[in-house]
Design a protein around this ligand. Structure first.
Ligand code: MCN
Ligand code: CUM
Length: 795
């Protein structure tokens, strides 16, 4: 099967955009139910006899549990079950495996290891009784010294956090390295200039509107477990539940109904899910658990929390000779990143993929601390977010150290169009892009040269104007199964397509939408391949009993992988329809030509049959020997990741009196290959740029010296509103992916990945006259003010 789309050839071909194919900004079909309040979220699921679960969380960051007294909770009328770690342990469920081959406590038995950790849970007739009963549980703790950052974790005499793990003698969760150390050292020895930078990418939280939740329904008559779950990857959860709970897979059904935002938060398997399942098994009743905001902010998968020590070797004329860096991650109490097994720090080594860097070396170390686990979330592309932020901050620092214009420095180092396929310093193979063009579109749009003049004038008047550039290519769409797996399951994806007799169709996919609009865009792929109007196609997902096995939606992999599977299954359908067309037209298959929506006889264009007529024939008039029906499936294992590119440019003005900075303009140029739905793509980009703005400007999730989470509510952890969010001017460049069936590349995370560096670089550029090299995010007014007034970096 070829990987390129067949162009429409005949003169009666349908207008693809009009029928909702590629390039159509058709309105999102899911919005009809969301806007009318007809969505169906886990919270909306109500089953007969359903009970409610609440979780008791630890108030302390690090403490030994001396005793738990649940008697007062049991005594409250309406309480059906009080579950402790000890009881879970009797069923071998006090601990569970994480997606990074560590273990995580479901309910604490020995110690609590972060504030907010799950200690016990109560099941009651209503959620208020359950909550009151949680308060009635008496836990006696013996406080232990908390560790709240990686430095403390390695300090001599640091308490051992994971004393539960045999052979674990320190607080190191993992160590990893990649690249060529000797070659890199040799390149540094040749350098004219060595540029250095130390940075922290703070802990950030995905903050979906809907928190996590589950309705677990174990039917003790049939033995079937049905779980309604806020999950981005229901099939992985089914596999995990089968392994953790030792239940047979065909008796597990995971349903992710409408999911109110994921942003990576809903990839892991959380203790609350496991508790709800166990409680349903123990009570033989459906059990609902809906997490509250504080529970979500304090315990579920965070993003980032990574430190970087970097060096770049340069020639005087601005050529990068080598990069090396050490990354330290703060993993929290359990190493629970959801990421490909082989890569201990995700795809951090995709940094510098867009630059022609001959050699590099990365070392990484993850540390256990008394903080919540997580590590991979919030539009992170498996930690590509940190990689690109560090890369682009280093690029700006290096340009400054060289006294070279930032745009020119990038131009001298960006991979040129004739260098593809290009092997990056850390082993990835990038396959396509027009990086220089993309940068130029951005510079022209913002009026780069004019801004530099304006900036120089403003400086004379004591005004601080700055311009920040961020250019990056990122790997989206894990995986290819040679290199990417989660818990050993290879990262492919799937689609099933059934065309009904009248030519209407249902597409079932293993991916799971959380707001990205798959029900809209995946139909468009089928429309492109078959000419069936998008309004005649329904897309189903999120129910493991009724969709083919897929690895779920994260790392912007849906379009690259499940989208490719969708194109491929549609092509299988078209191949069968062609046979049906030949039969109907009474010619041999070789004489049948395709144009969008219709087959016709070569040389006699007016003699043709529509795809709908072929569909009817599949059920009513098939040739002798042909199996009836028009349906098929496809499993797609991509040959490579897709490599979108972006150039983001921000201009800002910093108020030296207050440290407040305003975004003057923001230009985004994205190349995500062929755009299926331009409106949805722009929505994804604007969402990502908004998140990037929030991270760089206002979001702060940190811990005090005792390990108390500062920012466990939405008064402290700020979500940007339309009021403070800057306007975005978006542009595009289109370099189709050479291997994706429709030439599309992922885009869901690009702007959140590449955006932060544009804002921070702009503020740092504004402060350049003061000599400040770095302020760690978020660039809160007090930090900026302090830097501007002292000329010193703020970390
Ligand atoms: N698309 C397109 N043309 C392209 C590429 C994508 O029309 N060339 C469309 C897709 O068909 C899809 C959307 O854009 O409707 C995003 O596609 P893709 O880049 O494949 O990313 P995923 O669908 O796999 O979404 C995952 C990505 C991730 S990892 C996070 S985190 C994130 C993000 O999407 N979470 C989101 N965007 C989000 N948007 C919303 N509203 N809610 C979330 O939770
Ligand atoms: Cu890392 S956040 Mo998204 O990949 O679900």
């Amino acid at each position: 099967m070829t990987a390129t789309a067949e162009p429409a050839t005949g003169s009666q071909a349908l207008d693809e955009v009009k029928i909702g194919g590629l390039g159509s900004s058709r309105p999102r079909v899911e919005d009809a139910r969301f806007i009318r309040g007809r969505g169906n979220y886990v919270e909306d699921v109500t089953l007969p006899g359903m009970l409610h679960m609440e979780i008791l969380r630890s108030p302390l960051a690090h403490a030994r549990i001396k005793s738990i007294d649940t008697s007062a909770a049991w005594a409250i009328p309406g309480v059906k079950l009080v579950l402790t770690g000890e009881m879970a342990a009797q069923r071998n469920l006090a601990w569970m495996p994480t997606l990074s081959y560590d273990t995580q406590a479901v309910l604490a038995t020995d110690k609590v290891r972060f504030q907010g950790q799950e200690v016990a849970c109560v099941v009651a007739e209503d959620p208020y009784i359950a909550k009151d009963a949680c308060d009635a549980i008496v836990v006696e703790y013996e406080a232990l010294p908390p560790i709240v950052n990686p430095e403390q974790a390695v300090a001599p005499g640091a308490p051992l956090i994971r004393d539960d793990k045999a052979g674990q003698a320190d607080n190191v969760a993992y160590q990893w390295e990649v690249g060529d150390k000797d070659g890199t050292d040799a390149a540094f020895a040749q350098a004219d200039v060595v540029s250095k930078l130390r940075l922290h990418y703070p802990r950030s939280h995905p903050s979906p509107i809907e928190n996590c939740g589950a309705v677990a329904d174990f039917n003790n008559a049939t033995g079937k477990l049905t779980v309604y779950l806020t999950s981005q990857a229901p099939h992985i959860v089914r596999a995990a539940v089968a392994l953790i709970a030792e239940l047979p897979e065909h008796l597990i059904r995971i349903i992710s109904p409408d999911v109110g935002g994921g942003f990576g938060n809903k990839v892991p398997v959380y203790p609350g899910y496991v508790c709800a399942i166990l409680c349903s098994i123990l009570t033989a009743k459906p059990v609902k658990w809906i997490e509250d905001n504080t529970g979500n902010l304090s315990s579920t998968g965070f993003g980032r929390d990574m430190y970087l020590d970097s060096e770049m070797a340069l020639t005087n004329d601005g050529k990068i000779l080598a990069v090396r860096y050490h990354a330290t991650t703060d993993q929290g109490a359990f190493y629970a990143d959801a990421q490909p097994t082989k890569f201990k720090i995700g795809l951090v080594h995709s940094s510098f993929a867009c630059y022609d860097v001959p050699v590099g070396h990365i070392t990484a170390q993850g540390m256990y601390t008394n903080k919540a686990p997580g590590g991979v979330a919030y539009r992170c592309s498996f930690r590509v977010t940190e990689a690109m932020f560090f890369q682009e901050r280093m690029m700006q620092a290096a340009a400054d150290d060289l006294g070279m214009d930032q745009a020119e420095f990038r131009r001298r180092n960006l991979v040129r169009d004739d260098q593809f396929p290009y092997r990056t310093p850390f082993g990835f193979l990038t396959d396509s892009g027009q990086y220089l063009k993309c940068l130029q579109v951005g510079l022209d749009a913002i009026g780069y040269d004019d801004f530099l003049v304006e900036q120089a004038e403003a400086r004379k008047q004591g005004r601080l104007l700055g311009i920040g550039i961020s250019t990056m290519t990122e790997p989206l769409g894990a995986g290819n199964s040679r290199e990417y797996d989660i818990l050993g399951i290879k990262m492919f994806d799937s689609a099933e397509l059934r065309v009904h007799p009248t030519g209407k169709a249902v597409l079932k996919i293993g991916a799971q939408t959380q707001g990205q609009g798959h029900e809209t865009t995946f139909a468009q792929i089928v429309t492109h391949e078959l000419g069936i109007p998008a309004t005649d196609i329904v897309v189903e997902h999120g129910d493991t009993d009724h969709t083919p096995f897929g690895m779920g939606t994260y790392a912007s992999r849906s379009t690259p992988v499940a989208g490719a599977a969708t194109a491929m299954v549609a092509r299988k359908i078209r191949a069968k329809a062609r046979k049906l067309a030949a039969h109907l037209l009474e010619v041999s298959e070789e004489d049948v030509e395709w144009e969008l929506g219709r087959f016709f006889v070569r040389g006699a264009e007016s003699r043709g049959v529509t795809i709908q007529e072929c569909a009817m024939a599949a059920y009513s008039n098939m040739p002798d020997g042909m199996e009836p029906g028009l349906e098929n499936n496809a499993y797609y294992d991509p040959p490579n990741l897709t490599w979108p590119f972006a150039c983001y440019i921000a201009t800002v003005e910093v108020d030296p009196e207050t440290g407040v900075w305003d975004v003057l303009r923001f230009v985004g140029v994205d190349d995500c290959g062929v755009r299926i739905n331009p409106m949805i793509v722009e929505g994804q980009i604007m969402g990502g740029l908004t998140e990037a703005y929030a991270i760089s400007n206002m979001q702060f999730q940190t811990y005090d010296v005792d390990g108390n989470l500062v920012g466990a509510n939405y008064m402290d952890y700020l979500l940007p509103t339309a009021w403070e969010t800057p306007g975005f001017e978006l542009h595009e460049v289109v370099t189709p992916s050479p291997h994706h069936p429709i030439g599309a590349k992922g885009v869901g995370e690009c702007a959140a990945v590449g955006g932060p560096a544009a804002y921070v670089n702009a503020v740092m550029d504004a402060l350049r006259p003061t000599g400040v090299r770095n302020i760690d995010m978020p660039l809160l007014p007090d930090r900026v003010w302090h830097a501007a007034h002292t000329g010193q970096d703020v970390s």
